[in-house]
Design a protein around this ligand. Structure first.
Ligand code: SAM
Length: 240
């Protein structure tokens, strides 16, 4: 996908639709909170969020015990999403250093951060291996990371679960909940559709052995890897 189209798309479509669509899906919310819980934080810890989107990881971190006392840096290609993310954090009384930057070329010194988070972003990168190398370069030795990689067609998995969940809500007579989830799912599919179509030809889908090779090539041995079979993502977390 050309980076001009990508910038336009993320700025003008995806970012504006994200919280009303994808952000409302229970599968997304569950995966976000379980992923955030896999990384520890401490007073004064320097956290970098790569592909920070509309700021949901930032909010998740701030809501954790000690969260308000971490130092937050967010990078994203989309300027508009950086504005949204900073605004969300500011409403919680937290300033974020928000920088427009490509995940494949991080303009930070080696070992600058204590923690790195990168969720649902590798799907959109031309070169996820380079981005992974960059993130681990700017993570200090012993620092913790969590990164997700696509393991398949997440749209299909999320759609199947959403249909089941909407039907279950209808069966229980929860009409408003069912309608809300149905609208969010359709919206997410529409927001993703043009992006998915343009990304698909070059989108890199990972297998477990491919990720193990990637981690080995970057000399990372202290990590765990789990597949989320609804979102179709591998979640890799560990220490440098
Ligand atoms: C699906 S959103 C995920 C947002 C957030 N991490 C979350 O899980 O809610 C993907 C984000 O990656 C950003 N992005 C895409 N390509 C990027 C790149 N090359 N460098 C940095 N950010 C990028 C997009 O602007 C978008 O905000």
């Amino acid at each position: 996908m050309s980076s001009r189209f990508q910038n336009f798309y993320f700025d003008r479509v995806y970012t504006l639709a994200y919280d009303l669509t994808v952000g409302q899906l229970p599968a997304y919310q569950r995966l976000q909170s379980s992923s955030l819980a896999r990384v520890s934080i401490f007073f004064g810890c320097e956290v970098l969020v790569v592909g920070s989107g509309t700021g949901n990881e930032l909010l998740g971190l701030l809501q954790r015990p000690g969260g308000p006392f971490v130092s937050l840096t967010a990078v994203n290609l989309s300027r508009r999403s950086l504005v949204m993310a900073s605004r969300k954090a500011r409403r919680q009384g937290k300033a974020v250093e928000a920088l427009q930057m490509n995940a494949e070329r991080l303009a930070f010194a080696d070992g600058r951060f204590d923690r790195i988070l990168c969720l649902h972003t590798m799907d959109f990168l031309a070169d996820p291996a380079t981005a992974t190398r960059e993130m681990l370069r700017v993570l200090r030795k012993g620092g913790e990371f969590i990164i997700s990689y696509p393991s398949g067609d997440g749209i299909g998995g999320v759609a199947a679960v959403a249909v089941g969940s909407v039907l279950e809500k209808l069966r229980r007579g929860r009409l408003t909940g069912a309608l809300k989830e149905a609208l969010a799912s359709v919206g997410a599919a529409v927001a993703y559709a043009s992006l998915a179509l343009s990304v698909k030809p070059q989108r890199q889908i990972y297998s477990r052995p491919a990720l193990e090779r990637l981690m080995a090539s970057l000399e990372i041995s202290d990590y765990e890897l789990e597949e989320d079979d609804i979102y179709r993502d591998f979640i890799v977390w560990g220490r440098r």
